[in-house]
Design a binder for this molecule. Structure first.
Ligand SMILES: Cc1ncc(COP(=O)(O)O)c(C=O)c1O
Length: 391
């Protein structure tokens, strides 16, 4: 009897091998649950890496996208479509920023932010004002400029030479920032919580000092809210609980609950693009922006900002009591459980075997970033399954 090749075997043959995938093929999702091809169910505490905020197969988002799919899918940005404009209005009203450029994911939202900062710098101080200062252990994406801003040398080395004009400094060190910010600096770009860097929240004091430094040196402050934004940390935008506001901010991940979208938001004072300076074929199309509007409605109507804070606090207090966990970091429902040794990969694998999805964001840290709709019972279930996986 000839056996058919499995999905992993076919993937190995047909897909460029850039991902070390877990040996599981998912076929269905519902709320905080995922189901594999053998019918096993999993409590999803990763949400597609902080993406599926309003739950898998969300009915309101599906209906909004389906309605728009049968009406009008794409016309390009040569013309107007109403959902894009409505989403821009909602995001500016919620964020306090003034204008939006729609991109396609986190990396292209950050590319837009970097280009916007360079354009601003060029108009403000001439062609020598282009530098973007970012932080070590940051993550801003895999396209070349976003990678150049990413403070992880091991991800950069194999793609040298990267675009010039980027420098990284240690997070939390305001003196280091003051030292590197000269007239050639157009912007400082940071995550308020470094997600891929191990779920490391930066202090509000440090972020406020960075804001003051940017003001005194006439430099833009960019917050990469791709992972931390849209309720993930308990407020619409991560900075809204930190007493500090950026000039430019980027969003992606949760914005359309799993459909690809990115956004670069800007204060009027930083909105330096002129016609033709930046563009994308797909960005802000009617289907994706209709889906995103439904996501914002869901977050609002289901009280998911307070759920993020409350369930986040529940996670932290429960995880702190788990033997083998030596620290718990994060804000809202973006949480890192620090283990006493570099066992995060092994624990993540065992958790999957126990029906819990999390990820080993660094060698000793397991990340929890569940859908924002997670219930108190599901948090208890997650922590029990995690505890059982520490073994
Ligand atoms: C803070 C941050 N910025 C940017 C990105 C890149 O987003 P994408 O993978 O959608 O390009 C990520 C992805 O994890 C991220 O966490």
């Amino acid at each position: 009897m000839t056996s058919h090749p499995t999905i992993p075997e076919r993937e190995a043959a047909a897909v460029l091998q850039t991902y070390g995938r877990a040996p599981v093929t998912f076929v269905r999702g519902d709320g905080c649950r995922l189901y594999d091809e053998d019918g096993n169910d999993y409590l999803d505490c990763l949400a597609g890496i902080a993406v599926v905020a309003v739950g898998h197969a969300n009915a309101a988002v599906a209906a909004a996208a389906a309605r728009q799919m049968t009406r009008l899918v794409h016309v390009s940005n040569l013309y107007y479509t109403a959902p894009q404009v409505e989403l821009a209005e909602r995001l500016t009203a919620l964020s306090g920023l003034d204008k939006v450029f729609f991109a396609n994911d986190g990396a292209t939202a950050n590319e837009a932010a970097i280009k916007l900062a360079r354009r601003w710098g060029q108009k403000r101080r001439g062609p020598d004002c282009y530098r973007v200062v970012s932080l070590l252990d940051s993550f801003h994406g895999r396209t070349l400029a976003a990678l150049a801003a990413t403070g992880q040398p091991h991800k950069q080395e194999t793609f040298a030479p990267l675009p010039p004009g980027f420098i990284q400094i240690p997070p939390g060190d305001i003196d280091a920032a003051a030292e590197v910010m000269g007239p050639e600096t157009a912007a400082v770009m940071v995550e308020t919580t470094q997600g891929e860097g191990g779920v490391v929240p930066l202090d509000a004091d440090y972020l406020q000092a960075l804001r003051s430094l940017c003001d005194s040196r006439d430099v833009l402050l960019i917050f990469d809210d791709v992972q931390a934004g849209l309720g993930r940390t308990g407020s619409w935008f991560s900075w809204q609980q930190l007493g500090v506001e950026p000039d430019i901010a980027t969003l992606a991940k949760a914005l359309a609950n799993g459909l690809p979208i990115g956004a670069c938001l800007s204060k009027d004072r930083a909105a330096a693009f002129d016609y033709g300076d930046h563009a994308t074929t797909f960005g802000g199309g009617p289907v994706i922006t209709s889906a995103a509007l439904a996501v914002l409605d869901e977050i609002e109507q289901r009280g998911l900002l307070s759920n993020s804070r409350e369930r986040g606090a529940q996670f932290v207090s429960r995880l702190e009591a788990v033997e083998g966990v030596v620290g718990v970091r994060g804000r809202g429902l973006l949480i890192g459980a620090v283990l006493e040794s570099d066992r995060a990969a092994e624990v993540t694998e065992r958790a999957r075997g126990n029906g819990l999805l999390v990820n080993n964001v660094t060698p000793n840290t397991v990340r929890f970033a569940p859908p924002l709709i997670i219930t108190a019972d599901e948090v208890d279930e997650a922590v029990s399954k995690f505890e059982a996986s520490l073994g």
